[in-house]
Design a protein around this ligand. Sequence first.
Ligand SMILES: C[S@@+](CC[C@H](N)C(=O)[O-])C[C@H]1O[C@@H](n2cnc3c(N)ncnc32)[C@H](O)[C@@H]1O
Length: 256
Amino acid sequence: MVEQIDTHYYETLKRRSYLNNKGTLYKFEDWVIKQCKPYPEMRVLELGCGTGKHTFPFAEQVSPAGSILGIDISQEAVTEVNEKANSNQLKHIRAVKGSFDECVNLLHDSKFDLILSCYAIYYAEDMKRVLCALRSLLSPKGHIFICGYGKGNNQEIFNIINHVIPNPREHRKSAGDFIDESSIEEIGKCYQRFSTVRLYNKIQFNGVDDVLEWWKNHPSYLPEIYDQVKGTLQSIFALKGNFVLTKSILGVNYYS
Ligand SMILES: C[S@@+](CC[C@H](N)C(=O)[O-])C[C@H]1O[C@@H](n2cnc3c(N)ncnc32)[C@H](O)[C@@H]1O
């Protein structure tokens, strides 16, 4: 487990996502669509669909001849997706409450052309087992695309934190890739082939307060250095007029 999922986690995540979306220079959803190449009859399974950030853009390419099924452990998220699908008359989108570790059993009678999971699959109790088992749900030319944080993610905020922390031994660093190379390869043995892809996406903040709010909702937040970080950000804004954060994203494709 990467981080505990609880109410506080959801609240901080929502706030960060809001600020990321506000400042993004390139839509992450477009990159996901580009990797997945949806087509009208595609049968899509999305694991950890959340409130549908990636689910709904698929509806522009996947027609009612295909289908989009979201699975998420949060009833609140599932309800939101279903309500949005109903109000937009997207009958081929549906979300169901369920967990990653149970979904292969739950869906054993179904086949999908694409299984997608963004910033989610690492919450599975046994990610490697789930990812191997998912092959049984893929159609013969089916494909899995998973993505999440990559090495060097949010490096600019860590640079500021480390600039104000004098002792190098107390310096912070970003979390690294959400899945390591040996796990990627091990899971790859369950498939015909696999490949990886990276995106470095820029988020531009136009005010110190937005950056501070983002940071307060990020696991790297340290209240004891708040004033110093604020001072450093003020100097950056005085010099450049903005602050840019790089989202490092790793994607992995598995082909059946
Ligand atoms: C970081 S959010 C990502 C949501 C969405 N994919 C996106 O990119 O906006 C992670 C999602 O995974 C769901 N989740 C976490 N653990 C899960 C599990 N064991 N089974 C199913 N869903 C889970 C959470 O409820 C949450 O909606």
